[in-house]
Write a protein that binds this ligand. Structure first.
Ligand code: PSU
Ligand code: MN
Length: 330
């Protein structure tokens, strides 16, 4: 235990040294007391993103879901660390007031991927971090596991638009494990898997051979690896850390059967939303939020209910993995 606490502190300080602040002497990031204590003791911590709160769901469901997800992480023995940039300060672990502020800001908060971080901080803005930016901060402070709903990927027609989410390159360069329900079929799933292979990312499906497609458990694409328990995941993460591979891991958890949306209804809504995006020239970072909102409207809220259910399921499994990893590294 003592040696693991020591090694965690050492690795924390290698990435982020609170004694080495910015040029003006300010702290570079703010870590909540609870999260910082858990990290220094080598206890289980789960990072959570904030774009899902600001751009992924409407108010007030976004706030309710964010609170419930944090509660599920706690019930399963880990400490939640929601990450966002507030008034220019990257915050690791939000208070109830900060979480509410972000949920109410909604789309007024800036969707912040890795490329946007420096600008949001420099302009003292409010930034909701995507998977890429959340991974960056989680890694900086030494949180190995991060739970979300779905990650970005290669967009349909990405081979000509080059619209490939920076989530995929982040997975290739940052050793954080992301627990998600796969990728939505608003994206090109098989090209997303090809790109993750190019980036050297280990992709493992949870208790299934198939890579899941967010709203549905199947995608028609085989997952490159399979894991069957939180302990399997913890051993995988531990090996990745010991080998210092430096790359992330994607654990793809299928949506529970009872919540999976009808594939046909979702698929026709996605087709319609994609056509509208093209007609209205919606592209770049605006495309994913546009599609998510339209699919939700077109399915009369059915997709939002599935979305909430799968995020909660991921939170439960992610916390179990974090607990198992903390035990393994004691
Ligand atoms: N997919 C979802 N819900 C989301 C996102 C993706 O099902 O909320 C968000 C995540 O924050 C993800 C980001 O990191 O969108 C990807 O955006 P882009 O496609 O612009 O890279
Ligand atoms: Mn993009």
């Amino acid at each position: 235990m003592a040696s693991s606490a020591l090694s965690r502190t050492t690795s924390l300080h290698r990435h982020f040294n609170p004694a080495n602040p910015s040029s003006k002497g300010e702290k570079i990031v703010k870590i909540s007391g609870e999260v910082s204590e858990a990290l220094s003791r080598g206890e289980a911590v789960v990072a959570l993103e904030s774009t899902i709160i600001s751009h992924g769901m409407p108010y007030p469901q976004n706030l309710e879901t964010a609170k419930e997800v944090e509660e599920i992480v706690r019930q399963n023995g880990a400490i939640p660390a929601t990450i966002a940039i507030l008034d220019g300060v990257p915050c690791i672990g939000l208070s109830a007031e900060e979480l509410e502020k972000l949920a109410i800001l909604g789309r007024k908060a800036r969707k912040t991927a890795r490329r946007d971080i420096a600008h949001v901080v420099a302009t003292r803005g409010n930034g909701a971090t995507t998977v890429s930016a959340t991974m960056f901060f989680a890694s900086m402070v030494g949180i190995p596991i991060f739970v979300t709903g779905g990650i970005g990927g290669v967009h349909r027609h990405g081979e000509s638009t080059l619209d490939i989410s920076s989530d995929l390159t982040e997975l290739g360069r940052t050793p954080v494990t992301v627990v998600s329900a796969g990728v939505k079929s608003i994206l090109d799933i098989s090209r997303t898997l090809e790109y993750l292979e190019t980036q050297g990312v280990c992709v493992a499906a949870y208790k299934t051979d198939e890579f899941p497609a967010f709203f549905t458990a199947t995608s028609g694409c085989k997952a490159p690896s399979r894991v069957d328990s939180p302990e399997d995941c913890a051993r995988l993460i531990d090996s990745n850390m010991n080998l210092k591979l430096g790359t992330g891991i994607l654990i793809a958890v299928p949506i529970p059967n009872e919540h999976s949306a009808s594939g046909n209804i979702i698929e026709s809504a996605i087709q319609k939303a994609l056509n509208e995006a093209r007609e209205q020239n919606v592209s770049g970072s605006a495309e994913t939020p546009f599609l998510l909102a339209r699919v939700n409207e077109l399915t009369g809220g059915a997709s939002l209910a599935s979305n909430i259910a799968l995020v909660k399921n991921n939170a439960r499994i992610g916390a179990q993995i974090a607990v198992s990893l903390a035990r393994l590294r004691e």
